[in-house]
Write a protein that binds this ligand. Structure first.
Ligand code: ADP
Length: 395
């Protein structure tokens, strides 16, 4: 198909001389067809032009608005301040949204208010400087925002209540436990040889259970304190992992573990919590090693678009993919205490720490048949799911 050389429809519209000359009626129709309410005011703030949407949105007839100050469309409490603002705007006019970061309200003819978004465009016309405002009713979006805010406030309040309950329960339950421990110790020393063999066994079970319960309560207490241990600061993860390895020195040399650590980044986070995260992942990789192989562990970091993905890879006994999500639940274990010691809280701690950083943790099988724990930590932490409050508050 042939195109004429001077086909105006394909000409650049940035050159006004090449624009098709449209009649006034066409410009009027364009204005009327705009989805937003359009209001034009002069330098005195008087309304000189409105479209159909203004009539529908504000429930005025056009003739009731023309010549009126723009403040007629604002709730009374904003009218006075607006006069100064628009005068200031005419002094240095620019295309921009109005009231960024603030909620704006408009007022209908019956006095009812509704939330709006307004964008302003200054214009030079033959009648002098003007400002064209596009006004959009955002009632639905504002309602949706309120619902999201309400639900997240509720969630935060419940998380806080649950955290306080866990803290107090685990703290207060230590007390009767200490009594059980001290009285069973007393029985053992006081009665000594007078206790029958079966009594000794019973006493042994009581002591063992009390110790275990005490450990579980300590873990619960630690869990509820996570997020309160340190502030958000720049943390050198390479240095932090080296410290973790020093702390795990005994387990590493006893198992002859081979641990390779790549270059790791500096990130923003809570140091004590992140240390616990890497300590749990690395000590698990050693603990769940195969009986006939020395543990080989690799720690690395991969830069992603909006954060870092850390990887703790091992040649351990591996994890059944069907149970890969369950292991992050508190007290969830895949093995008996006789096989591998533990309380099942390590990965629950990890999960909470990662959540506090706005990230995600998951595990996949790797090429050695072991486990690869992935931790994604975003550069920017979204709003905290659990508010950092004083745990003792309200106790
Ligand atoms: P614990 O080690 O005290 O049982 P965790 O919460 O740290 O508690 O781990 C939960 C379960 O996940 C463990 O019981 C174990 O079965 C499994 N697991 C954790 N880390 C590894 C790993 N590196 N390799 C294989 N299994 C693991």
């Amino acid at each position: 198909m042939e195109h004429p050389v001077n086909d105006r429809s394909s000409a650049s519209t940035s050159d006004p001389s090449l624009m098709p000359s449209l009649g006034k009626d066409v410009y009027r129709e364009i204005l009327e067809a705009a989805p937003d309410a359009m209001v034009m005011i002069d330098a005195e703030g008087r309304i000189v032009l409105v479209n159909r949407q203004v009539e529908a949105l504000f429930r005025y007839r056009r003739d009731q608005l023309l010549g009126q100050p723009i403040e007629i469309l604002l709730p009374g409490r904003y009218q006075h301040g607006h006069v100064a603002k628009r005068t200031h705007y005419f002094e240095s006019p620019q295309v921009r949204a109005m009231g960024t970061g603030r909620e704006l309200f408009a007022q209908r003819s019956d006095g009812s208010e509704f939330p709006v978004e307004v964008s302003l465009s200054p214009m030079k016309t033959s009648l002098g400087p003007m400002v064209l405002s596009a006004i959009r009713d955002v009632t639905e979006a504002a309602q949706a925002r309120k619902i999201v805010q309400f639900v997240s406030d509720q969630l935060r309040a419940r998380n806080k209540a649950l955290e306080q309950f866990t803290f107090l329960a685990s703290h207060d339950l230590q007390e009767p436990l200490r009594t059980i421990e001290s009285f069973s110790g007393l029985l053992r020393t006081e009665l000594g040889d007078d206790i029958a063999e079966s009594g000794y066994h019973a006493l042994h079970y009581i002591e063992e259970s009390a110790q275990r319960m005490s450990r579980l309560l300590r873990e619960l207490l630690e869990h509820s304190r996570l997020g309160h241990l340190s502030a958000f600061d720049p943390v050198d993860i390479g240095e932090l992992v080296r410290e973790v390895l020093r702390d795990l020195h005994a387990a590493i040399s006893e198992s002859d573990a081979d641990i390779q650590v790549d270059e790791l980044p500096r990130i923003n986070g809570q140091r004590a919590e992140l240390q616990l995260l890497f300590q749990n992942l690395i000590s698990n990789a050693i603990k769940y090693r195969r009986k006939d192989e020395k543990p080989v562990i690799r720690v690395e970091a991969i830069r992603r678009d909006n954060g870092w993905e850390f990887l703790v890879d091992d040649n351990s006994i591996g994890i059944d993919p069907a149970l890969a999500e369950k292991i992050f639940l508190p007290f969830k274990r895949l093995h008996s205490r006789e096989e591998y010691a533990g309380t099942g809280m390590g990965l629950a701690h990890c999960s909470k720490i990662v959540e506090l950083h706005g990230g995600r943790i998951w595990v996949t099988p790797n090429e050695w048949g072991g486990s690869a724990f992935h931790v994604f930590l975003p550069h920017v932490r979204p709003e905290l799911p659990i508010p950092a409050t004083d745990l003792n508050e309200g106790s």
